[in-house]
Design a protein around this ligand. Structure first.
Ligand SMILES: [Zn+2]
Length: 79
């Protein structure tokens, strides 16, 4: 009979802040028609698209912002 020995390690989970991490990106989507502006690394870019979309479609008043943020586990000490 084989006896297994398990070691446990704690991990901390949070936003990936490493220089090589994927950038945080945002995209604004019109809730009325479903159109989405381009993906941007600056939230203000999505707002500018929404303003232009509203000018072209005065009754499209509601939007949602899609945010992509990389996360990662950081290994902690063995227990
Ligand atoms: Zn729209």
């Amino acid at each position: 009979m084989t006896r297994a020995v398990h070691r446990f390690r704690e991990y901390k989970f949070g936003p990936d802040l490493q220089p090589a991490a994927e950038p945080i990106t945002t995209a604004m989507q019109c809730k009325a028609c479903g159109l989405t502006g381009g993906t941007a690394e600056e939230p203000a870019d999505g707002s500018a698209w929404a303003v232009g979309h509203l000018k072209a479609n005065p009754d499209h008043l509601e939007y949602r912002e899609h945010i992509r943020r990389p996360y990662r586990f950081e290994a902690g000490a063995w227990q």
